[in-house]
Design a protein around this ligand. Sequence first.
Ligand code: FAD
Length: 380
Amino acid sequence: MNFEYTPEQIQLRRSIRDFAQAEIAPHVLEWDESQTFPLEAVKKAGELGMLGAIFPEELGGAGYGYVEYAIIIEELARVDPSFALIVAAHNSLCTNHIYLAGTDEQRRKYIPKLATGEWIGCWSLTEPEAGSDAAGTRSTAVEKNGEWILNGGKTFTTNAQYADVCVAMAVTDRAAGSHGISAFMLETGTPGFRVGKKENKLGMRASATGEVLFSHCHLPPSQLLGKMGDGFIDSLRVLDGGRISIAALSVGLAQGAFDAALKYSKHRKQFGQAISEFQSIQHKLADMATSIEAARFLTYCAGTRKDENKRVTKESAMAKLFASEIAVRVADDALQIHGGYGFIKDYPVEKFYRDVKLCTIGEGTSEIQRLVIARQLLRD
Ligand SMILES: Cc1cc2nc3c(=O)[nH]c(=O)nc-3n(C[C@H](O)[C@H](O)[C@H](O)COP(=O)(O)OP(=O)(O)OC[C@H]3O[C@@H](n4cnc5c(N)ncnc54)[C@H](O)[C@@H]3O)c2cc1C
């Protein structure tokens, strides 16, 4: 076992940290308050390879593995979890579905544009009536005169309003159940395809979350992604990798909240001494740091396995479950350490406290992660 980062990984962490401090940190509050999608900074992240982190260089990607990808997401989330969510949905959901299931032609058409940030991508599985039970998809795609005709709609799609291409799942054979759902690529401007309502959210407010709608949307056969009927099965493979990114996002968010709490505890004086001198505050800090480190190990362990081309269904669900749940507790403790000041927007922990809740919900709730883990344990 080797628990050391390579010099290149350490350098990568440093450069993402510098980017986050220079390009994101000064705007975090303003973006959150006004729910501004940081398009300009996202494009800059694209120029630096972050939007194509896990894709080969010949397709315009950075050629990194999941360990490097986790480093990128962790460092972005430490400063702004919303920004990290935008990058994660673009990379490991949308682009990765095209990379995993696409033909060479489809890969060559879409991945270079997405990997460089020329295009933004989104990925739509969830529907109003099909959340945790995503196999209950109701949107349909019917083949007629050599075309696909899509009808229906999706909800809660990250990046929806800013995406140039959307990977969406629709039923092509209802009788085949989860093996009757297929994936399609829809470009902005396709007649019958439009984005709907943008949600007004508790947290992650700089990331746009919204509906995508299909109304007699005609698509040529070239827009079917993967084999007909494999869209849901491929989505599960996509989520295996995606959950590593939500685990990394949770670790970064928790680290950001911890850093703020540690700093505050050394400066804030009560009863004539810094509050960090009180044992109950020290115990909180010790528990926070320990749980973050444990979550980090689970996350990078899942990333390492993924880079070794091993199956990570159980490991990524474990990392996502544990990291997201400890992040909720860490954000809570960080706010508590700030007392009343944690409750106001002048301090970053207020935002971490709001953002963190998405981590136990997105890409499968904690309840669903437990179900996935238990299923793997019983199968083994
Ligand atoms: C900000 C944000 C961004 C998102 N981005 C995307 C995206 O880009 N693309 C996308 O496709 N989706 C996205 N989602 C959707 C997200 O994946 C779903 O919200 C999530 O999977 C839960 O579905 P649901 O909200 O319908 O809740 P439900 O499935 O209705 O769940 C409600 C409650 O019931 C529990 N529950 C449900 N089934 C079971 C069960 N079998 N056993 C035990 N408990 C159960 C759940 O855990 C939860 O506590 C996003 C959501 C949010 C909030």
